[in-house]
Design a protein around this ligand. Structure first.
Ligand SMILES: Nc1ncnc2c1ncn2[C@@H]1O[C@H](COP(=O)(O)OP(=O)(O)OP(=O)(O)O)[C@@H](O)[C@H]1O
Length: 216
């Protein structure tokens, strides 16, 4: 699966509706940026989409989901935990296989983090932790990327290099982004969220940054 057609998406907290009901169709090859002001419902929508497409997606959540007690290697390896037998995962915990070490190392190299393979995640910086979550999503290699502010802790050049990597590695994606320029440069479709509803849905090619500002 690389596209999806979801309807009846709703979320409420304490009896207050924060998303929907809304429908979202994502075609194979769509690279969707979710934009909108803080609290508009972007993270909630990413979570709702993930609940529906789950195993077919690579997820980068806003809280990253990093396990501090584990090494960088093991955090990245978790991206494929459900693809291996239990015995394989158990052996990997103590003594990772050379093929997996090489694959994870290559991913970390593309993210400028080779020397951190065996570092405990607890001792990483915020930007390094974010890159571990990105490496985990790349390692999972699902057909769809769902990401919530995946480059918010990275400096400008690194943010651009990671967005290029994600664009090239995932043909279909939905990425919540607060940086409108990144959204326009790296995504093919802009979906604007306002008060839990879709207030804008246009190809990026038809838009400039000022067209999106009414959402903020
Ligand atoms: N666990 C929760 N309990 C109560 N309210 C919540 C919870 N999670 C989100 N909300 C509320 O739902 C609304 C949408 O939140 P959400 O995190 O989806 O927004 P967002 O667009 O991703 O914001 P940001 O850009 O700041 O991350 C907000 O009003 C928020 O306060």
């Amino acid at each position: 699966m690389s596209g999806f057609d979801l309807s009846g998406l709703t979320a409420s907290f304490n009896g207050k509706r924060v998303i929907g009901p809304l429908s979202l169709t994502v075609h194979p090859g769509d690279k969707v940026a979710l934009v909108g002001k803080s609290g508009a419902g972007k993270s909630t929508l990413i979570r709702l989409i993930h609940e529906r497409v789950n195993r077919d997606s690579s997820l980068i959540p806003q809280d990253l989901g990093i396990v501090n007690a584990l090494s960088v290697f093991h955090n990245v390896f978790m991206g494929q935990l459900d693809k291996h037998a239990t015995w394989y995962n158990t052996i990997t915990l103590a003594r990772p296989f050379a093929r997996d070490r090489a694959e994870v190392n290559a991913l970390l190299k593309s993210l400028g983090m080779t020397e951190k393979l065996w570092t405990p995640a607890a001792s990483l910086s915020g930007g390094q932790r974010q890159r571990v979550a990105i490496a985990r999503a790349l390692y999972r290699n699902a057909s769809v990327l769902l990401a919530d502010e995946p480059v918010s802790a990275l400096d400008g050049p690194m943010a651009n290099s990671v967005m290029t990597l994600l664009r090239d590695r995932f043909s279909t994606s939905v990425i919540a982004l607060h940086d409108v320029e990144l959204a326009l440069n790296y995504c093919t479709r802009i979906v604007g969220i306002q008060d839990g509803q879709i207030a804008l849905d246009q190809p990026s090619a038809n838009l400039v940054a000022s067209d999106i500002m009414f959402l903020y």
